[in-house]
Design a binder for this molecule. Structure first.
Ligand code: NAP
Length: 268
């Protein structure tokens, strides 16, 4: 048997995931692969066992590595995950015979600037800008230096095409076919009254758009930035600049896998 490369297996701590990881590890070693269950940057592939939440956390925890990644769904929804636990043998055959493609996605990048500093945050699905402690916030929003509106409400969410099926979808945003590289700005409970007017539906922007958000002065300390469910709080935020990151995440897709068959299976 020829010695093959190194594969990282990352799994959450449910019994189902632990047992799935054990089975996968035995099968991979049987084929001559080396297997690590600690993240090793020399690996040729990362296999993440869990749901979408585990998949997102693995990418955040390991600094958005460029090593191809694929998920096995032992979680709930599993929109990111390509494989069900009962399909592991079929997956291994396809992996060994290279019946897969690598699909690249770019996260949303937020440069969060206070008076002293700018801090970068990345979101695979989205970056949300929300009122802290349930407060209404007022945000001036510009696209490519054109002020498009003063937003009032719970906040806004800037999602990638990949993230269009996640939080974005729950708040009334559109599903975007990931072959279309776009940014989507979706309002969270926008106020639309005689006192405040703002957009009530999503705005879809090209991949090179730059969105600048300036919280009104009184709200600089009352906003929270949430990237894929992780909260960031800073004092005196005066600008958040959002765009599509140049960083590329490589998702392994099995032949025959399609966004629309998954959307139908998971949502309809
Ligand atoms: P979480 O519990 O890890 O995830 C919440 C739900 O969102 C889970 O069912 C998860 O699938 C699903 N999900 C995640 N990414 C998805 C995607 N690209 N397409 C379709 N569904 C997806 O929640 P969290 O740790 O707070 O945040 C992680 C992500 O969950 C966020 O990026 C956000 O998009 C989403 N979220 C959604 C809502 C909402 O819809 N109201 C609220 C908060 C967060 P699994 O069951 O497979 O893990």
């Amino acid at each position: 048997m020829t010695k093959k490369g190194l594969i990282n297996i990352i799994y959450n701590n449910t019994n189902f995931s632990i047992n799935t990881a054990k089975y996968l590890k035995d099968r991979l070693m049987g084929f001559g692969y080396q297997v690590s269950d600690h993240f090793d940057f020399n690996a040729e592939l990362v296999i993440c066992i869990g749901g979408d939440g585990s998949f997102l956390r693995a990418l955040h925890q390991h600094g958005f590595p460029s090593i191809p990644i694929v998920g096995i769904n032992t979680g709930h929804l599993g929109f990111f995950t390509e494989i069900n636990p009962n399909e592991i043998d079929d997956f291994l055959e396809k992996y060994i015979t290279q019946q897969y493609t690598i699909s690249t996605i770019n996260p949303v990048q937020a440069d969060i600037c206070t008076r002293n500093d700018c801090i970068e945050a990345l979101g695979i699905n989205e970056i949300a800008i929300k009122g802290d402690k349930s407060r209404t916030i007022h945000l001036n929003i510009s696209v490519d230096e054109h002020l498009i509106q003063r937003f009032s409400g719970d906040g806004i969410l800037v999602s990638s095409s990949t993230g269009s099926t996640a939080y974005n979808y729950s708040i009334g945003g559109s599903l975007i076919d990931p072959r279309l590289s776009a940014l989507q700005v979706t309002p969270l409970a926008p106020i639309n009254t005689n006192a405040y007017r703002c957009f009530t539906s999503s705005v879809i922007l090209p991949s090179d758009a730059v969105i600048k958000v300036h919280p009104e002065y009184h709200f600089e300390d009352s906003i929270v930035i949430v990237s894929d469910g992780l909260e960031h709080r800073y004092f005196g935020i005066n600008e958040i600049s959002l765009k599509m990151s140049e960083l590329e995440i490589n998702l392994l897709k099995l032949e025959g896998s399609s966004f629309w068959s998954k959307a139908i299976e998971k949502f309809l």
